[in-house]
Design a protein around this ligand. Structure first.
Ligand code: ATP
Ligand code: MG
Length: 287
């Protein structure tokens, strides 16, 4: 069974998709089999990786995550291969790798509606978890990464949290985001209790703590999110989104160091040393 990470957030545009892809690429560089799942019906990640035309085509052919979930909800046998796209990521500095993607599209809204308002009560939030386990998707990979949408669409966050071993709550210190993040945590704590602290950590994005401005911004978020579990690693504004598929961060020493540090922290969090396969992971410890 794969280790599953979910990227979630209170506000939009904080960097979930960007970081989900960078972490996925880092796992690829470490030699892991990685599956990315776009759990966003607006298909941002799918579009970044496959382009608009392909995403539209897959939607028409009913080969997106939502279509797979609808099949699963109907009790049909889902053939995972039908929904997985192989994506080549090339980078001259770090190397060329391929990752698998389950793309998204409008059908995801339909599937979520179906699960939450009719079919699979009493546990619609287990839809993705059950699908990944029972369709055999999880068994085919070492790492599965979920990219979701903000918490104001609560169903998506809860669905991803249920399916994940570990969740990374991305935030930044600007505008109302710190307060929103804090409110999201309070709400999630009501739902999950203390188990939440084992499962989720805050990742501060778009802050360069090497600068005075960045350190002040960091203080803002430290105060707003005092007492919540956080990554020590912070990610500064160095990741070029327009070249996301080319992983240009490889050329930037600082950006690369941040992703490497984040990876190390993720591994420590999992209780493994450096590589997933260097120590068997006791899944019962994952919370
Ligand atoms: N560390 C970073 N360095 C530079 N730009 C970043 C960084 N993180 C995010 N961005 C930029 O911020 C914008 C939003 O990022 P992204 O789409 O990843 O956010 P998101 O949380 O997935 O948004 P949504 O909730 O809409 O899905 C993008 O333009 C992206 O390039
Ligand atoms: Mg996104």
């Amino acid at each position: 069974m794969a280790i599953t990470f979910a990227f979630l957030s209170a506000s939009g545009g904080v960097g979930k998709t960007t970081l989900a892809l960078h972490v996925a690429y880092k796992f690829l560089l470490e030699g892991k089999d990685v599956l990315l799942i776009d759990v966003d019906p607006s298909a941002g990640l799918s579009t970044a990786l496959l382009g608009e035309a392909k995403v539209e085509e897959l939607g028409t052919k009913r080969r997106t995550l939502g279509d797979a979930l609808e099949e699963f909800l109907k009790g049909e046998r889902v053939e995972p291969g039908k929904y997985v796209e192989r994506v080549a990521i090339s980078n001259e500095k770090c190397g060329d790798r391929s990752l698998d993607l389950i793309p998204s599209g409008d059908a995801l809204s339909d599937a979520m509606g179906l699960a939450w308002f009719s079919g699979s009560r009493p546990s619609p939030e287990n839809l993705l978890k059950d699908f990944l386990e029972k369709s055999g998707v999880s068994g085919r990979y070492e790492v599965v990464i979920l990219d979701t949408i903000p918490f104001y669409e609560r169903r998506y966050t809860l669905t991803a949290l249920q399916a994940a071993d570990k969740a990374i709550a991305v935030t930044h210190p600007y505008g109302v985001e710190p307060a929103r993040s804090r409110r999201m945590f309070l709400k999630l704590k009501e739902i999950y209790g203390d188990a939440l602290d084992i499962k989720i950590r805050v990742l501060i994005n778009k802050v360069d703590v090497r600068t005075k401005e960045g350190r002040e911004a960091f203080k803002t978020i430290e105060e707003a999110l005092a007492g919540l579990p956080k990554f020590q690693t912070t990610i500064s504004n160095l990741i070029s989104y327009t070249r996301i598929k080319k992983m240009e961060f490889c050329k930037d020493k600082k950006a690369r160091k941040e992703i490497d540090e984040l990876y190390e922290e993720l591994m420590q969090w999992l209780g493994a040393s450096i590589h997933l396969d260097s120590m068997p992971i006791d899944r019962s410890l994952l919370g």
